[in-house]
Design a protein around this ligand. Structure first.
Ligand code: BDR
Ligand code: CA
Length: 311
């Protein structure tokens, strides 16, 4: 099983990504770290605890809070409304939420990598604040990761916050740039593929009718899809972060291009844009950008794994 740590900001698609990872026999989730993004760090902490409870994750699975805002941008951008109230569509919080780990994500992530050099995959599903701060504070930790898989960016398609920028990169552009400039092996799963792998509202409704956690996941996805439909008039929704998890468990779902990748930090209208140069792979700085996806296989995988929670 591939050992992973997941840095996230739940968020509906982060919640579904966690459920997918925890139900994937291909993966061993060693811990979950938290960063402000879709909503405040306090909301993210409450939401993540609730998702781990829903998943039936072991009580001692580390849930480690990190940065409450971006590393250089002056203000955290406002809550992303697509996720609904409190970041998880108004889902009732658990009565007795599991406690968070006493440590800080920025240090905990480095400790985990250094304890098992070359083994751990870091899956980053929110703004890259924790990841960049960890690389800056613990320079020996970066090379100890096996790889970093990032959900973020829109290389050759339009962004979702601005025409140029995707949410995670826009929320902390300097952090995203820092991670891509690290020279570490990074795979980028951006809107190029997540918007090509829409999860049908119909499937969400089918899941919503199931018992237990499968039903909760289905209702989260259904409401997410309905909010998306109200905005984009399509009866299906991208489950961005879950696709990044699937990129680790099922890498063949995606097609990749190698190239140099960076993030625009100074542009007046392009701040946060992922700029990927895939013209000369020989100059690649080890970034791989996902450009194609087997969308039917991804939807099947997600349905199958979430259906497994119907007990
Ligand atoms: C990314 O932004 C967030 O709203 C989602 O959770 C995902 O990580 C998609 O742009
Ligand atoms: Ca996210």
């Amino acid at each position: 099983r591939i050992p992973v740590v997941i840095d996230c900001d739940p968020g509906v698609d982060d919640a579904i990504a966690l459920l997918l990872a925890l139900a994937s026999p291909e993966l061993h989730v060693r811990g979950v770290t938290l960063v402000a993004g879709n909503t405040s760090l306090a909301n993210v902490e409450r939401n993540a605890a609730q998702v781990l409870d829903l998943a039936g994750a072991p009580a001692d699975l580390p849930l480690v809070p990190g940065l409450a805002g971006p590393v250089a941008r002056i203000e955290r951008i406002p809550d992303e409304p697509i996720h609904g109230a409190g970041g998880l569509g108004g889902l009732e919080p658990s009565a007795t939420p599991r406690p968070s780990h006493a440590g800080h994500a920025v240090d905990w992530l480095a400790e985990q990598a250094l304890a098992a050099p070359g083994e751990l995959t870091l899956v980053a599903l929110g703004p890259l604040s924790n990841v960049a701060a960890m690389l800056a504070r613990h320079p020996q930790a970066g090379p100890a990761f096996r790889e970093i898989v990032v959900m973020g960016g829109a290389a050759f398609v339009q962004g979702n916050v601005t025409p140029a920028a995707e949410f995670n990169f826009f929320a902390d552009p300097e952090a995203a740039r820092y991670v891509l400039a690290s020279g570490l092996p990074v795979r980028v799963v951006g809107l190029d593929v997540t918007r090509a792998a829409l999860f049908p509202l119909e499937e969400a409704e089918r899941l919503a009718a199931l018992p237990a956690t499968a039903g909760v996941a289905g209702r989260l996805l259904r409401d997410f899809a309905l909010r998306y439909q109200a905005r984009f008039e399509v009866a299906a929704v991208p489950v961005h972060d879950a696709l990044a998890v699937a990129a680790v468990s099922h890498p063949a779902l995606l097609g990749w291009a190698e190239g140099e990748a960076t993030v625009e930090c100074a542009g007046e209208v392009t701040r946060g844009a992922l700029v990927a140069d895939v013209r000369r792979p020989e100059r690649a700085r080890r970034a791989r950008i996902a450009l194609s996806v087997d969308s039917a296989a991804f939807v099947r995988l997600l349905c199958e794994r979430l259906t497994g929670y119907a007990r």
